[in-house]
Design a protein around this ligand. Structure first.
Ligand code: ADP
Ligand code: F6P
Length: 327
């Protein structure tokens, strides 16, 4: 017989992402609407292990939809990798009678949730919360749109200086394993080259294209590099370029964590609200162990196991667009 979910916990885990608060708000208010008791679990899986779990009410999530970060805080929790840690976490949930969980985080958090759910038979629903957009089964992840817009705003400013001084700027954006922030922000700011982890960069091609642009008196040169590209980030790329093009006036700018914070964009608030609402509906309907995503503007449900195994694919078309539009 299907188990009825009556008390649910919500947590944010892994790297924070703008829009996580909007997702928490949606989970809490949808849960309360359906007569569930809702608990907030502090600092990701750490709060589950340390019993840092608080009752949430409609007013607990007032005035947060516009705030970056996460009111539940987030953490990376070593103990949760071990069975003993997860057992402790389960004992704490059992004491409170929590029989359903919503986990807002990245693929690592889903890996943990998948294990936990299999071991202790607690239904878990994942919401993709990461600026990296590196999770299969969804066109969007909570935080990506805001992060890209932050990067675009910053790169536009750098373009002014690049133009004023005829400089070549190497700009590093976030993305240890994924090039989406680089690709989207690079195309949107008219970058000459975009270097991403998913594609092996051909040094000769990069240097050749910069030389060609110099010959054609291209005014502004911006190279956007994902932190996880094959070279090892913007500094390494700059070294190679300075070595091969000694006349170029090269500067490096690492955007870093400014991309993780700030008030979420409309898009992130919207998808977070839709996903948070859908997560609770899933728990009530008995659809467990899925990640809620949005594909082609419709809710899309991917088994947690599959969501952690595959990444989104970078389309060859996008890379062609970069080349053609930067000519
Ligand atoms: P993200 O969710 O943003 O990808 P991490 O990969 O750091 O972030 O994972 C967040 C947390 O999820 C980890 O600190 C750990 O507590 C838990 N976790 C990740 N992978 C596993 C795993 N294989 N087994 C158990 N827990 C995991
Ligand atoms: O996963 C999100 C992300 O911001 C990555 O783009 C980046 O590589 C990583 O987290 C940085 O993590 P931390 O804040 O722990 O240094």
């Amino acid at each position: 017989m299907e188990k009825k979910v009556t008390k649910i916990g919500v947590l944010t885990s892994g790297g924070d992402a703008p829009g996580m608060n909007a997702a928490i708000r949606a989970v809490v208010r949808t849960g309360i609407y359906h007569g569930l008791e809702v608990f907030g679990i502090m600092r990701g899986y750490s709060g589950m292990i340390e019993n840092d779990i608080i009752p949430m009410h409609s007013r607990s999530v007032a005035n947060i939809i516009q705030r970056g970060g996460t009111i539940l805080k987030t953490a990376r929790c070593k103990e949760f990798f071990e069975y003993e840690g997860r057992k402790k976490a389960h004992a704490n949930l059992k004491k409170l009678g929590i029989n359903g969980l919503v986990i807002i985080g990245g693929d690592g958090s889903f890996r943990g949730a998948h294990k936990f759910s299999n071991e202790f038979d607690i239904p878990c629903i994942g919401l993709p919360g990461t600026i990296d957009k590196d999770i299969a089964g969804t066109d969007f992840t909570i935080g990506f749109d805001t992060a890209v817009n932050t990067a675009v705003e910053a790169i536009d400013k750098i373009r002014d200086t690049a133009d004023a001084h005829d400089r070549l700027f190497i700009i590093e954006v976030m993305g240890r394993d994924a090039g989406y922030i680089a690709l989207h922000s690079g195309i949107a700011t008219g970058a000459e080259n975009i270097l991403i982890p998913e594609r092996k960069t051909d040094v000769e091609e990069l240097v050749g294209s910069l030389l060609e642009k110099e010959r054609r008196k291209k005014l502004v040169n911006l190279v956007v590099v994902a932190e996880g590209d094959g070279f090892g980030g913007a500094d390494e790329v700059a070294k190679i370029i300075k070595d091969r093009l000694p006349a170029a006036d090269v500067r490096v700018c690492v955007l870093g964590h400014i991309q993780r914070g700030g008030s979420p964009s409309c898009m992130d608030r919207l998808i977070a609200s839709r996903m948070g609402y859908a997560a609770v509906e899933c728990l009530i309907a008995g659809t467990d162990n899925v990640m809620v995503g949005i594909m082609n503007n419709r809710m899309h449900y991917t088994p947690l196991e599959k969501a952690v195994k595959a990444k989104q694919k970078i389309s060859d078309d996008w890379l062609r667009i970069v080349k053609i539009l930067a000519s």
